[in-house]
Design a protein around this ligand. Structure first.
Ligand code: MN
Length: 303
């Protein structure tokens, strides 16, 4: 193979530096150097290839590896993430990957490439079929699915470079297949982001309208959220409970789904904030519920 070359874009370089810096927080130096090798290898294999957005192709595997690095995945997974498109899009063979980076990494890359083929062949087929094959692959090595989810997430984040028809198709597939898998694996942040991005690309107008509506209602939302959180914490503390309380704004898609499923207008949706109270046992749970009901009036039929 060719000598290590400099990345062909400063954006990709700083992306790589950032990634390796982040990873050094939990990986050993020899792991980082394997990842650097994989990065250079992938970059030279993809050299001359560009994303639809005009960026050098390497920016994509790099972003996929970063997503997985945030989940603190192991070196083999991250190495495979950096190489996940080389078999598909370049002349690199499985045995070459295996010789350089080991069989485990080669198997992961091969697994991801096979999933891509399934996707490609079965567009017109039933989605359920696709789903089942995904699950089958999942049983063999869940890391293949994790790479695929991160790959899909980055493609969804950069979907605006695509034609409208392709955007819709990718978004529908994400909503029906990938988001549910992320949910099942407990990857809540990825699940929610996939869902929001799918919603945005499937129904851009509804997304915009709903964004505006929630902004209007929330006003200065951070302040409101904090005020409610403080009140809840104080009330539970006074009830003698040791709890963990967190609050968040509900996802646009979950608001939208509720409107559709329950035939509600936006003004009939009350819960644009969600709060979670974690207590140590069941009795405390009822004490907490009682305390909260004395703080805020329950709405009949809503609890
Ligand atoms: Mn990819």
């Amino acid at each position: 193979m060719r000598a290590k070359s400099l990345p062909d874009s400063s954006a990709a370089t700083s992306g790589a530096e950032f990634l390796f810096h982040e990873l050094s927080g939990y990986l050993k130096p020899e792991d980082i150097s394997q990842l650097q090798n994989a990065y250079f290898f992938s970059q030279s294999a993809h050299s001359g290839q560009y994303r639809k957005s005009g960026e050098p192709y390497i920016s994509h595997p790099l972003a996929v590896a970063s997503i997985l690095g945030k989940l603190h995945l192991d070196t083999q997974t991250l190495t495979a993430a950096l190489l996940h498109d080389v078999m598909e899009d370049t002349h690199v063979s499985k045995s070459e990957i295996s010789n350089r980076f080991g069989t485990a990494v080669a198997d992961l890359v091969d697994g991801v490439s096979k999933l891509d083929k399934i996707e490609f062949q079965t567009h017109a087929d039933a989605q359920a079929e696709n789903f089942r094959k995904m699950l089958l692959a999942m049983a063999r090595d869940v890391r293949v699915i994790l790479i695929k989810l991160a790959d899909r997430l980055h493609n969804m984040r950069t979907l605006e470079a695509m034609r409208p028809e392709k955007r819709r198709r990718t978004a529908r597939e994400t909503m029906e297949i990938y988001a549910p898998i992320a949910n099942r694996l407990g990857l809540n942040n990825i699940y929610q982001e996939l869902q929001e991005l799918s919603f945005l690309n499937l129904f851009p107008t509804r997304y915009r309208v709903l964004t505006k509506a929630t902004k209007g209602v929330r006003g200065n939302r951070r302040e409101v959220l904090k005020k409610i959180l403080d009140a809840i914490r104080k009330c539970l503390y006074e009830a003698g409970l040791n709890t963990k309380v967190s609050g968040r704004e509900k996802q646009l898609y979950s608001i939208y789904k509720k409107m559709v499923e329950k035939h509600l207008t936006f003004s009939e949706i009350f819960d644009i904030y969600g709060f979670r109270v974690v207590v140590k046992d069941i009795p405390s749970c009822y004490i907490a519920l009682g305390a909260l009901h004395s703080l805020y009036n329950p709405i009949p039929g809503k609890v």
